[in-house]
Ligand binder design. Structure first.
Ligand SMILES: [Zn+2]
Length: 108
């Protein structure tokens, strides 16, 4: 992987990110979009890159395309962990068991 030589603003989480993040959370009404796709309503407080930065970088996306609201979604903490682990080639095993009905099972 080639590390970017771009400025710290485009690499890090600067003011622009704070703004776009707020925009995405407002657009998604603070609901995890992955849960929503699975038919559940869960509050999300994190913003996730739909196409990961690493993958987008490999495909030659610009920083603007990567951080475009179209490539961002609101996500809950659990889904963020799962997604990040998957992107890193690992399997995240949630402590909470998901039942056949798609809802977490208590007491695990
Ligand atoms: Zn979720």
């Amino acid at each position: 992987m080639v590390w970017s030589t771009e400025s710290r603003q485009s690499r890090g989480y600067g003011a622009a990110w704070t703004k776009v993040r707020a925009e995405v959370l407002a657009r998604d009404m603070g609901m995890c979009q992955v849960c929503k796709a699975e038919g559940r309503v869960t509050a999300g407080r994190e913003v996730d890159h739909i196409v990961s930065k690493a993958k987008a970088g490999q495909m030659g996306w610009t920083q603007e395309q990567i951080d475009d609201p179209k490539n961002l979604q609101t996500i809950c903490h659990t889904h963020h962990l799962i997604k990040t682990a998957t992107e890193n080639g690992r399997t995240y095993r949630p402590k909470v068991q998901i039942g056949l009905d798609g809802w977490p099972v208590d007491g695990s």
